[in-house]
Design a protein around this ligand. Structure first.
Ligand code: SAH
Ligand code: SF4
Ligand code: F3S
Length: 411
């Protein structure tokens, strides 16, 4: 039996596919050279924008010819990844009905969680490796489908990640990328599960979706953590300070430094959210020369009101302050970013604030997207996708020329 796997979407999907391949190999399958040579075709899907979703429908329906009556060998078609993730989480069943109808040729929708971490990922590359450190997201940016496709944030145990990193080092891997939707909140859930005392002191202020701590709670929390965090090798959580309040306890600065200390040439991490980027994390990067100097720091918009509508937890000024701090403490720093143009209600003036922010920061690269309404998100439910397509296109081009093709700036 032979398998073929096609991966759409981000690095998290690519890393998931390596684990799917390992699970298939463990069942005695070998890799097919293309779709026509396979008995088992796995499509690992993305639906971050409508165009990504449509690419999946296009490919899968194209594969239906492999099941035509005249063909002896009819492959099984399995769809996994973010589209299946949303389908199994959508209680209304609407999304599952939609994709079943759109891709009648699919034999099975397989949630990626079924793959687990039992097998060593089947890595093609012998020098560069991804290590997933968490899955899912708790942030609920209003435009984003990821919290619905991958569910709430679940961190992998600290020791499991360290074991995998040590094995990769022993095998001669040189560059490691730690992966998560929001790497710098890594460990918040581990601490919450490990430590009942935290629950008593947890004080959700204003919003149910995140944990914030009043400053007065902090001393007692840290004291208690000293006792109960032994199982994480006495790692103490870092409380990320945001808008004057302590938000979540995170273990990411420790994890990053522990992995860097294993002696890789380079340790990278994506993605990090501006509002969870603690001073401790900046210090860890600054003092470990093998941690990347190119940091991906998605801004999405340079306008505070747009950021508010997006449910991003920082203002334009806070983002710029963080950038100044990073540049001050980390020499040779380069920044890359993600930007969405044409989000609900984005005015020309608001867009100009993004243009201005790009000029101030001087990003190396920006991944610029035109806003695309997604199934189940708050923006789809409560806001209007009212920026005309032509305007989105124009704004996309302006930023593209400004940041990614500076030589075309004046054209
Ligand atoms: N967790 C990462 C982003 C993952 S999604 C982070 O927060 O940085 C990757 C990028 O896709 C986002 O940063 C955003 O710029 C873009 N994106 C997400 N949802 C989108 C949507 N509905 N329309 C257009 N772009 C979107
Ligand atoms: Fe999570 Fe927001 Fe990133 Fe989407 S864009 S994955 S909601 S942090
Ligand atoms: Fe796409 Fe899922 Fe990644 S929607 S961008 S593959 S997390």
């Amino acid at each position: 039996m032979k398998y073929f796997i096609k991966t759409f979407g981000c690095q998290q999907n690519a890393a998931d596919s390596e684990r799917v391949e390992a699970a298939l190999a463990a069942r005695g399958m070998t890799k097919a050279k293309d779709y026509t040579d396979a008995d088992y075709i796995v499509i690992n899907t993305c639906m971050i924008r409508e165009s990504a979703e449509n690419r999946v429908y296009g490919l899968v329906n194209n594969l239906s010819k492999l099941k035509s009556a005249g063909r002896q060998r009819k492959p099984k078609i399995i769809v996994t990844g973010c589209m299946t993730g949303l389908a199994v989480r959508d209680k209304s069943g609407k999304f599952l009905r939609k994709i079943r109808k759109a891709m009648p040729v699919v034999d099975e929708f397989m949630p990626i969680e079924e793959t687990g971490f039992d097998h060593q990922p089947l890595r093609q590359d012998k020098e560069n490796a991804w290590i997933p450190i968490s899955n899912g997201c708790n942030n609920f940016c209003t435009y984003c489908v990821v919290p619905f496709t991958r569910g709430r944030e679940v961190s992998r145990p600290y020791e499991d990640i360290m074991t995998e990193a040590k094995e990769l080092k022993a095998k001669g891997y040189k560059n490691i990328t730690l992966l998560g939707q929001n790497v710098n909140s890594y460990g918040a859930d581990l601490i919450q599960h490990a430590n009942v005392i935290l629950e008593g002191a947890q004080r959700p202020i204003g919003s149910k979706r995140c944990y914030r701590f009043a400053k007065s709670d902090l001393a007692s929390l840290q004291h208690d953590n000293n006792r109960t965090m032994k199982q994480w090798n006495n790692v103490k959580p870092v409380f990320v300070k945001h808008l004057g309040r302590y938000r979540i306890p995170t273990l990411f600065p420790y994890l990053l430094e522990d992995v860097a200390n294993l002696g890789f040439d380079k340790v990278d991490f994506i993605s990090s959210n501006p509002w969870d980027f603690s001073d401790e994390l900046i210090n860890v990067i600054a003092r470990n020369k093998n941690i990347t100097r190119t940091i991906h720091l998605p801004v999405q918009s340079g306008d505070t009101n747009v950021l508010k509508r997006m449910n991003r937890w920082y203002t334009r000024d806070e983002y710029l302050k963080l950038v100044t701090n990073l540049k001050f403490k980390i020499s040779n720093l380069k920044l890359t970013t993600d930007i969405i143009v044409g989000f609900c209600g984005e005015t020309e003036e608001e867009f100009q604030h993004t243009v201005d922010l790009c000029k101030k920061v001087g990003f190396q690269v920006a991944y610029i997207s035109q806003y695309s309404p997604r199934f189940g998100t708050a923006a789809t439910k409560t806001m209007k996708d009212d920026v005309p397509h032509a305007v989105k296109e124009k704004r996309w081009r302006i930023l593209e020329n400004l940041v990614n093709k500076p030589h075309l700036k004046h054209k």
